[in-house]
Design a protein around this ligand. Structure first.
Ligand code: CA
Ligand code: CA
Length: 156
């Protein structure tokens, strides 16, 4: 490989790394049906009042199943706060059927839609009541209204 080619390869690799953002830790798919999720977000310095959704897709069905991440009794996603939500599926996801999930900022917040999500952890709640970590990422993910962060770096 010529020096020019090596430089090009290095450039492409560094661009690919920049494009990926923080690298998540992926886990293998659970071997039992998933009945729900535990979604834990850590907010950085940039809080939000936007409507934040967690959506799941199954391999067999294209339609997303979406849940708003909201505790009706508190102001969620305030600076340096850790929030945990426990969306429950209407129908369990059989083993091997989880396609992926996404965190969506749909805006609509009172005065403050921008959000600095500092970390995200998604656990599956299984049919025997046990939990399994599916996805963990740390490192500052900016989610303005209309932005989303999905699990496409991982396959289940
Ligand atoms: Ca808030
Ligand atoms: Ca904000």
């Amino acid at each position: 490989m010529s020096t020019t080619q090596k430089t090009l390869v290095a450039l492409v690799l560094s661009l690919a790394l920049v494009g990926c953002g923080p690298t998540p830790v992926c886990s293998v798919a659970p071997s039992r049906p998933i009945v729900g999720f535990s979604v834990t977000t850590t907010t950085g310095g940039d809080s939000t009042n936007a409507n934040i959704y967690f959506c799941v897709t199954r391999k067999s069905a294209g339609a997303e199943e979406c849940f708003i991440l909201d505790d009706p009794f508190k102001d969620d996603f305030e600076p340096h706060e850790v929030n945990t939500f426990n969306p429950t599926l209407k129908t369990p996801i059989p083993a091997g059927e989880l396609a992926g999930f996404v965190i969506q900022n749909r805006g609509g917040g009172f005065l403050d839609n921008s959000w600095g999500m500092e970390a995200l952890r998604v656990e599956a709640v299984l049919d025997d009541g046990s939990r399994k970590i599916l996805y963990e990422v740390t490192g500052g993910i900016g989610l303005s209204a209309g932005d989303s962060h999905d699990s496409s770096d991982c396959s289940y």
